[in-house]
Structure formats: C-alpha cells, structure tokens
Design a protein around this ligand. Sequence first.
Ligand code: C2E
Ligand code: MG
Ligand code: MG
Ligand code: MG
Length: 277
Amino acid sequence: TAKDSGSNQWAFFKPQMTERASLRLRTEGALHNAVKNKEFILYFQPKFDLKTAKIIGCEALIRWKKNDRVIMPTSFIQVAEETGIIIPIGRWVIEETCKTIKYWQDTYHCSIPMAINVSTQQFEDDNLLQEIKSFSEKYHISPNLLEIEVTETSLMNDIDIAIYKLQQLKNAGFSIALDDFGTGYSSLAYLRHLPISTLKIDREFVIDLPKDNALASTILMLGRELKLHIVAEGIENDEQFQWLKQNGCQTGQGFYFNQPLSQEEFEAVYIKEGAIR
Ligand code: C2E
Ligand code: MG
Ligand code: MG
Ligand code: MG
C-alpha cells in the first residue's frame, strides 16, 4: 500500500485529493487484479422478435465479481477506459463470448447470436479486428453469430477511420450495431455511409412511450429509409412493447422480457426449454 512504500507516498491521502480521485486510484488497482485473477463474468440479456415474441439472440453484459459483491459495468467501465485496462478486459469478453457460443453449440446443439459491447478505446485499438477474428477462429464460431455494438461517440474522433474499421469488420462477416442511438452527435449525413446493419434505440427514447414518441418514431423511419434493423432497448412494460411492435420495430430487449441472466439462468430458461434452436 501507499504508506508502506515511503513517506512521500502519504501525498495520496492529503485532503486536497478528492474523494473521486482516490476512488479512481483504488478502482484502477483493483481492476488490474481483477484482470489477473479473472474476476469478471458475463450475463446475457435475451433479445426478442417483437412480432412473434420469440427469443432470437442475446447481448453479453459484463459483471465484476469482487469477493461477494457484483459490481455493475457503469461503476468501472469508464475507469477501465481511461486507464487502458479496458483492452485486456475487452479481450476477455471477446474470448468468453466465443467460448460460450461454442459451449452452447456443443452441449445443446443450438447457435445463438450474441452481441458484445466495444468501447471507444477498444474500437480505436488497431488489434480489435484481429482479436475478434482469431478468437472466433479458435472456437470455430461463424462470424455471423457475433454482433459488435459500438456507440456513436466511438466513431466521431475520426469518422473516416471509423468507417474503414467498420467495413473491415463487416467484410470479415461480423455484424455491427450502433448502440445508444440518438444520444450522441449523430449526423444523418454520415449515418448513410456507415457499414452497419442495426440501430439500437436508447432506453431514453423508450422510457416515455407511447406518449413521447417523437424520437422513437424518427429512428424507426430512419431505419426503414436506410434499411437498417432496429432494436429497442429498455422495454419495461406492455405499453412500450405494443407501441414498438405496432410501429415496426423488429427487435427488443428489456426488463419486460428479462433482466440480464447468468449463464445458468439463461440455459435453464431459454436453451433447455427449447425456446431457441
Ligand atoms: P448498453 O450496452 O446500452 O446495455 C444496456 C444496459 O441497460 C445494460 O446495463 C442492461 O442491463 C440495461 N437494461 C436492459 N434492459 C433494461 C430495462 O428494461 N430497464 C433498465 N433500467 N435497464 C435495462 P448494464 O449491464 O449495467 O451495462 C451498462 C453499460 O455498460 C452497457 O450499456 C455498455 O455500454 C457497458 N457494458 C456492459 N458490458 C460491457 C462489456 O462487456 N464491454 C464494454 N466495453 N462495455 C460494456
Ligand atoms: Mg449494448
Ligand atoms: Mg445500449
Ligand atoms: Mg443504453
């Protein structure tokens, strides 16, 4: 610890250091250990075809199991991003995702499409494509079972490089979804040029449906115009579900259907019951 290693290290504990900065330091150190000790686990949130209410795949969402606690990604992804630890964490997510798809294929004879979240640092890292490719090859996963979710903001630093990278992922057979759509600085001008297949309507635009539907309506219209698949996230009640279904949204996920499930729960509820094949 800081106080073992010399008196000048006490600087860390001076009152002018904000609570927040010291929390960051502790989180950073703990995250390094978490990578080393493999303290992460994936949860799986089912995605449904809204017309048939049938499950069509899932999104992998990371959790950090620290002692007896489960820490949510909103509490550590940002620090992981800012410190670069997201790179080894992201690598773990990609391998674990491929491993799980392979396990489900071998054990239950079903191929379940899975979406993974990639943050800005990961997307900008030049090894991303190679990592995704090599893990999908290592586990013999068909690339069309993997969907990469990137956010609008991840693409904005250099849109030309972003388009190039997305195109490479697409050429390799992976599909790409634009996550949290509507919350970033979207410009319709560039949206037409992105080699993506899916837009995910952010929960923010689902939460007040059907009353406040201006944004959701616009995104659905845009989806039809640009021939993009639309996924709504954060569906929590029947009114939201019905509105989205009636207004042509193909796919949805949310607590109305399921919370993210542990692997065991996902298998028990969906795979063993034969809901997905
Ligand atoms: P996201 O990709 O937009 O994921 C959706 C988040 O909304 C998830 O939170 C999910 O549990 C939550 N959610 C789903 N349905 C509902 C609902 O009906 N109501 C409400 N209130 N929430 C709902 P989670 O798992 O805490 O993840 C938060 C964010 O952390 C994700 O947002 C994603 O940006 C990031 N994240 C999660 N896993 C990973 C990962 O493996 N790698 C990276 N880089 N980021 C991740
Ligand atoms: Mg996502
Ligand atoms: Mg999202
Ligand atoms: Mg979101």
